[in-house]
Design a protein around this ligand. Structure first.
Ligand SMILES: *Cc1c(COP(=O)(O)O)cnc(C)c1O
Length: 391
């Protein structure tokens, strides 16, 4: 029996090694990983170039207090700003912390503007993390109901529905709108380009902050550095985490210039945030994505993947819908299949993740090949067919 708190339903397998998008267990069996640590190991496991960065940095130091200048965090911030056209970054250690930072900045903005009882609009099916603030902004009642009174700053509306935004703005003093351009945990729901443009316009007109959480859909996965760039908009605040340092804990909250002017020493902080090791690796991650043209490749692989899925699964019972952009893909089943991850791993040696009970969420590493994709599609086809005949 494990002495860990039982917060997770874990697969009973002991992986000892990883390389690229494969993992090996103690008996030497190889598994194809379609989850990437839930969108973290974007450049696969044990990446040689990243390993060099890690080894070199630990010879110098791992941690340096934020009381001192740290050139790795400054260089990383410069890179992120170049990519996003935002103005300044704050580094922390996770996605939820990046969102906490964003929420605090929105509240501070409302305070400075003397907005009475300010509200933040967030989305149904949205997910922003597990700390009390980010949880308050998260829609899933199952995650919240046992934790009493959370922040009352948030108003939930339907995703991709601009009318409901207008309604709330008429009734409340709204200081920010916060959303994932592609809802990950919620089951891969994609904001339309028009919706994103409309949000930007409303926010400009009403001096409302647009906060985008690209913790899961950002950093090249969708065929864009950040998915909102498809709509040619710039948010006021952007949160990033997951794949940024390919597995080392890091989160970032980026802000525009006006917001940066409100932020002064003492308002926020983090002991580990911006640590040189994670920042140095993140810098290399960005360099590799650029140099290897992975964003374009992700777009092409995603198109290939969705085509494969659609051509294979149109005539088979059990699949409700297939949707996605780049390497962020959902296969929604008609019905829940119990233990599907376990069965799939045992029968086909492939690791998948299920969200919302019946949505297979695929977040493979950027290193996945067309052969891997074909192998996955054939395996899933066999699996679903088998389910159908066993019914
Ligand atoms: C994973 C995730 C978070 C939370 O990140 P943690 O690092 O687990 O705290 C927040 N927002 C989105 C969109 C996520 O996918």
């Amino acid at each position: 029996m494990s002495s860990l708190i039982h917060f997770y339903q874990k697969l009973d397998v002991d992986f000892i090694r990883g390389e690229g998008c494969y993992l090996w267990d103690t008996s030497g069996i190889r598994y194809l990983d379609m989850i990437s640590g839930v969108g973290v190991n974007n450049l696969g496991f044990s990446h040689a170039e990243l390993n060099v960065e890690i080894q070199e940095q630990i010879q110098n130091y791992i941690h340096l207090s934020n009381l001192f200048k740290n050139s790795w965090s400054e260089k990383l911030s410069d890179q992120l700003i170049e990519i996003t056209h935002l103005h300044a970054s704050f580094f922390c250690n996770s996605g939820t912390e990046a969102n906490e930072t964003a929420i605090k900045i929105a509240k501070l903005y409302a305070y400075e503007k003397n907005i009475e009882n300010p509200k933040i609009i967030v989305m149904n099916q949205g997910f922003h993390g597990r700390t009390l603030g980010a949880l308050s902004a998260t829609s899933n009642q199952k995650y919240k109901e046992k934790f009493g009174q959370l922040l009352d700053d948030f108003i939930f509306v339907d995703f991709n529905c601009i009318e409901s935004i207008f309604k709330v703005i008429q009734q409340h003093h709204v200081c920010a709108i916060m959303l994932e351009p592609i809802q990950g945990e919620g089951g891969i729901h994609i904001a339309s380009t028009l919706y994103l443009k409309q949000l930007r316009k409303i926010c400009d007109q009403h001096k409302i902050l647009l906060i985008l959480d690209e913790i899961q859909c950002g950093l090249g996965r969708t065929g864009y550095w950040f998915y909102h760039q498809r709509a040619e908009i710039i948010p006021d605040i952007l949160t990033i985490a997951k794949g940024l340092a390919n597995g080392l804990p890091i989160g970032a909250c980026l802000v525009n210039q006006k917001l940066n002017d409100l932020l002064t020493p003492g308002l926020h902080g983090s002991t580990f945030g911006g640590n040189p090791l994670a920042c140095r690796v993140a810098l290399k991650v960005l360099e590799i994505i650029k140099r290897e043209e992975l964003i374009l490749k992700n777009k092409q692989k995603g198109e290939y993947f969705i085509n494969q899925l659609q051509s294979k699964f149109t005539s088979i019972h059990g699949i409700k819908s297939i949707r996605g952009v780049g390497l962020m893909i959902a296969i929604e089943l008609n019905e829940r299949i119990d233990d599907i991850s376990q069965q799939f791993y045992l029968q086909h040696k492939i690791l998948i993740n299920i969200t919302q009970n019946k949505i297979i969420r695929l977040l493979p590493s950027f290193l996945i090949t067309e052969d891997d994709i074909q192998y996955f599609c054939q395996s899933l086809y066999d699996f679903i067919k088998n389910q159908n005949t066993n019914k």
